[in-house]
Design a protein around this ligand. Sequence first.
Ligand SMILES: [Zn+2]
Length: 823
Amino acid sequence: MKKVSIYLILLLFFGITAWSQSGSSAQILEDLKKLKVVGSVLYVAAHPDDENTRLISYLSKELKLNTSYVSITRGDGGQNLIGSELDELLGVIRTQELVEARKIDGGHQYFTRANDFGYSKTAEETFSIWEKDTILLDLVKLIRRIQPDVIINRFDHRTSGKTHGHHTASAVLAKEAFDQARNSLYKINELKGLEPVRVSRIFFNTSWFFWGSREKFEEADKSHLYSLDIGAFYPSLGLSNGEVSARSRSMHKSQGFGINSQRGSQMEYFERLDASKEASELSPFDGLNLTWSRFNGGGNVEKLIDELIANYNVNHPVLSIPLLQKVESYMVDLKMGHWKDIKLAEVRNLILQCAGIYAEAYVDQQTICKTETVKVNTELISRNYPGVKLNAVKIMPNLEDSVFNSSLKLNVPIFWSKQVSLSSMPLTSPFWLLNGRGKSHYPVEDQSMVNEPESKRNFNCVFKIEINGVAYEVIREVVYKNDDPVLGEVRQNLDLIPPITVKGLKPVFLLANKNGCEVEFEILANLDAQKGRIKLQTHWGFTVEPAWIDYDLNKKSDKQKLKFKISTQDFSSRIVDLNIQSDGTNLYTHQKIEYPHIAWQNVLLPAVIKVSVADLKMTPKKIAYIDGAGDYIDEALTDMGYPCKIIPASAIETIRKSEYDVLIFGIRALNTRDELKNCKIHLERFVKEGGKVIFQYNTSQQLVTKDFLGDSFNISRSRVTDENSPVQILKPNHPVFSTPNKISLADFENWVQERGLYFPGSYPNEFEELLAFQDPGEKFLNSGLLVKKSGKGYFIYSSIAWFRQLPAGVPGAYRLWANLISF
Ligand SMILES: [Zn+2]
């Protein structure tokens, strides 16, 4: 008896997609056709949602190529249309949106470690943050692993400055990776075990966008371009390619990319980057051998596959099993390089599908602590083929084993369950976040993981079966399964979390005077009977009191509030991180992300107390705050010690200087609060009385009123995206730079993401320009901070990205705000 071991790639279907292990007989036929094709493509772009899903679904479903998309980043820097998650947590959501999109269009998803740090104008600016070498290495690693025949870039590597810097950078990286993948001398140590790979071609997937308009692109001479009509219709699905890809595209829900489906012919164009177009070639794949004849002896396999397809019986897929097993045995003897594992998995999966095998392993809790034991339930059934034998069931890694050695009765399930301990299992949180978020890239410890979309769960059940005397291992991840009266069967990943996690931690704690700052948070028991001692990691120059706090939590879900005081004698501006530890082990915060279109995510982030030390002087003022799109300014002002009252937007009609000294608007308040339509007259009255009004940035589109600071006040789309950009203090003698804190250029160091956005483009002469910022290669923008005296009070408009600087704890930002309020 031949013994083979296979690792089936198990596709878990979540949300709206039905759970199924055996494809329809139409799908099996499609998979047989795919077995015949031996070719692969890698599509490259910068963000989740950059990818051309129409092309990916066409390459995968019509041309049956092994199609992958590598998104250089996970999209942490984007916006979130469906919830409050931003930054790392948004990256987790967008990663999962890509994973779901690929389940629909048939592609595979990969990443690099690059941090999506937000908008950048040029590739050069992007590379100054990314450590180009690191990200290039990640991309070369991926290419050597998956060995694509063709690489296709979404963006043009030659047009830095015309689109997001990340976009151009992704194309520059792909072009260099194309060369370095074949260079045997490139990063020999880092790429040990990965042989050089010669990718045949690299293309740029151009479109009208890069030509300025659809009309210009239509008229352009395209004789130098390759093309594909991607408007295929798939009878096996009853769908057009434009219908499949619209569903895939619509998975980018956090970015608001739901779209209508399209049918009919549609052209895609490709510019070859490594050579000129051959006149005889039309498609990017013309002239490439993507068949079994690329292997010595592969022709025999191809003949058998042709026979399988010709004789396929749609009513009885089971009849294909003997011939599929013959194909399998031929393949085992072929020299196929990395294709061997891929094609063997495909053919073995087909055999299981034709037999109607269903195998699963599940538990009834979605999150479990590492130290718990849990009951794993299993089910195995052969619904279509009588000759299946079950030899053993094993729960991995090396947990429990059970020997059966019995034949399965046709269409009669076998159930088996076992209590297992999980103490040796790793935590399952998104792996790239376990060590925090680096400025350039995620500090990932296991270098074999850098391209992976998700953590490997490694908690599997192996069903050792035999079909016609050939042994197979059917491997299924242990999942969470339960019934819900409304949703029906609920199936999610099973996640392992630590027994103690931290809750209620603020993003930053401000340490601005000799009294020190109070730090408060909770610890939560995820398991009964948790006892221990919490300490904050010590830092030179800081005192923490008390030195430790003991905790004793009886029951799961019990919480304990902890309070420490941190103080220092040295008030030079700086930010320090103090890890929260329990008996010497660093703790994590735990957040569950639950949306219907993606798999539930349990995210563990290092539990760190971020302390911002700032030499801060303040004059007491009474502040009213009108919320906009949501920011952290009101919390930050409260931390500084200002009484800051959130008032409804409608309250501007009655606001008086006798009640408040300063009125502050949240970011985009003039875009989001209809009640501010007639704000001008009320604000003028308040300022004349001696009040101060501070606006933060608003976008130029969809303002509730354009006349809030006079007709001639206009907002542009200009932004300064380089957070280290040069700063000019235009009127150093203005009190905003001296009262009560003496502001210098040092206060503009260690800023994050960007300087400012939507700078005013024109404004009345009475506004004084106080701060100017400048992106590389551009001129200074003088409207970073505008101040106008009016009556006894002031109008202030600031397009500075305060909503990023204050939660990041930038000391200079706190000092400037104290002055804006106090001067
Ligand atoms: Zn993008």
